[in-house]
Structures are given as C-alpha cells and as structure tokens.
Design a binder for this molecule. Structure first.
Ligand code: NAP
Length: 256
C-alpha cells in the first residue's frame, strides 16, 4: 500500500485520451486533484466527466511555451500548487525517412520532446515553493530499446526524453524533486487503434503476456514514481511492456 496522494495537485498532459486518461484515472482513484490537459476541449470535457473523482481540465498545446506557462499558472492558482507533473502528451505519425518532410520531424520533436522540457521548466517555481515535487515522463520502448519503420522521428524524440531525464534529475534535486520515466510497450489506446487491427493483432502475438497493455498499467507505474515510497528514485526509467522486448526471435515467442 502506497502513502496516499489524497489532495495532491496532479497535472496529466494528454489526459483526454489513451495513456494520459489512464494515468488520470489511477491518480483520481487515489484522491488526487487531477487536471488533464490537451488541445481538444470536447474529449477533455468527456474524460473529466467520466473519470471518477476530482478531475478538471485546462486547454494546452504542450509544444507551445506560452500555452504551457499559462496552463501551469492556472492549475497552480486553482489547486494551490503543483505536486506532480505527468508529461505524457505525444503523437506518433508513421512516415518512412525517405518520405518524411522535415516539418513532420520538427512537429514530432516539439510535441514529444520539447514538451517535456517546457512542462518541467514551467513547474520548477512551484516545486521550489513547495520544497518538493515529482515529474513522470511518458517515454516509450520505441527509440530507446526498439525500432519500427516509420518511427525514426518518434523514436528519436522518445530517446531524447531519456537524455533530458538524466540532467533534469540532477538539476531538479536542488528542489527536492524527482523525475523518472515510464517506457510503455504497446498500450491499447485511441492512438494505437488508429494504426489498424492488423497492427494490434500482430503486436499482441509478439508479447509474452499475449495482450496489449491497459492504460491503467502505465498509470500504476506513474503512481509509484509519484509516491512517497519512490522518494529516493530519480533519473530512472521502467519498461512496462508485458515482456515485449525480451524474446530473441519469432521462434522464441512461439515456444511459449
Ligand atoms: P493518444 O491516444 O493519441 O492520446 C494522445 C493525447 O495527447 C491526447 O489527449 C491528445 O489530445 C494529446 N496531445 C497530442 N498532441 C498534443 C499537443 N500538442 N498538446 C497537448 N496535448 C496533445 O496517445 P497515447 O497512445 O495515449 O500516447 C500517449 C503517450 O504515450 C505519448 O507520449 C506516446 O508517445 C506514449 N506511448 C504510447 C504507447 C502506446 O502503445 N499507446 C506506447 C509507448 C509510448 P489533443 O489531440 O486533443 O491535443
């Protein structure tokens, strides 16, 4: 049993759908005051009304500094501070390098990597004021551990988050704040469904636990990093993938 997060102010970027919604659900269940953020208001409204607990929303484009600053300031004013920042929002358009317009590369970097920096930067004054804080990044196995055609930009952005993490852990330590990353495998989300049933089926077959992850599987890992019990863990990452990166070959998975 982890120490309660009752009443803590938690921001979950990309909380209107998928993994972010799962993280928000897990924290709200623990009694946290959760603010979900995204660009689309309708999906956020729906998520905020459907998730049980204290959940509100703020519109924010995580790739834009002014937008992130305004969102963090609004949440801090409304909730009396920021205790936990879950920088989760991300995008994964699939385009091979040969076909990729440089603007697509820049867009993915801005949404997935620049956003981690902006969310941490905006939250620092609030962690400093509180004398403590927690950051949880949503990275991926794709990039840091594995590759997949069409995701060179995505993989680079997700590896970049882990590079950012190491130095951020050192700099945030002076504010008694930890930063860690969850590296999901294939999690059943709206974004993943867009890749088609064939993708979902072949992925599930390549995972030792024989299923895609649930969004709460990632929420539970984020909750641990945000807990008092994880106070001495910083600059680290955990793979949550049902064992997907373990098999050496197709034969190995068929042997199970
Ligand atoms: P998703 O279902 O497509 O949801 C993405 C969320 O991010 C939505 O709430 C979306 O809302 C928001 N978002 C996207 N661009 C944004 C922007 N510029 N500013 C603010 N919010 C933005 O995606 P997901 O599958 O849950 O993925 C969430 C995170 O997990 C990403 O970082 C992804 O890289 C990572 N991940 C996912 C998987 C997986 O299997 N699903 C695996 C590994 C890692 P709006 O579009 O309305 O802004």
């Amino acid at each position: 049993m982890l120490t309660s997060l009752e009443g803590k102010s938690v921001i979950v970027t990309g909380g209107s759908k998928g993994i972010g919604r799962g993280i928000a659900t897990v924290f709200a269940r623990q009694g946290a005051k959760v603010t979900i953020t995204a660009r689309g208001e309708e999906a956020m409204k729906k998520a905020a009304s459907e998730i049980e607990g204290d959940v509100s929303y703020e519109i924010c484009d995580v790739s834009d500094w002014d937008s992130v600053q305004a969102m963090v300031a609004n949440v801090a004013a409304k909730q009396g501070g920021i205790d936990v920042m879950c920088a989760n929002a991300g995008a994964f358009p699939q385009t091979k390098i040969v076909d990729m317009d440089p603007s697509e590369w820049d867009g993915v970097m801005a949404t997935n990597l620049r956003s981690s920096f902006l969310c941490v930067k905006a939250a620092i004054p609030h962690f400093e004021k509180a004398g403590k804080g927690r950051v949880v990044l949503t990275s991926s196995i794709t990039g840091p551990v594995t590759g997949f055609p069409g995701w060179a930009h995505y993989g680079a952005s997700k590896s970049g988050q882990l590079g950012f993490l190491k130095t951020a852990a050192m700099e945030l330590s002076r504010y008694n704040t930890t930063i860690n990353a969850v590296m999901p495998g294939n999690i059943y989300t709206e974004g993943l469904q867009d890749l088609g049933q064939d993708y979902l089926d072949t992925m599930a077959a390549s995972i030792p636990l024989k299923r895609l992850g649930a969004v709460e599987d990632i929420g539970n890992a984020a909750l641990f990093f945000a807990s008092d019990e994880a106070a001495y863990i910083t600059g680290q990452q955990i793979v949550v993938d049902g064992g997907q990166i373990i098999p050496e070959s197709l034969e190995a998975i068929e042997e199970i």
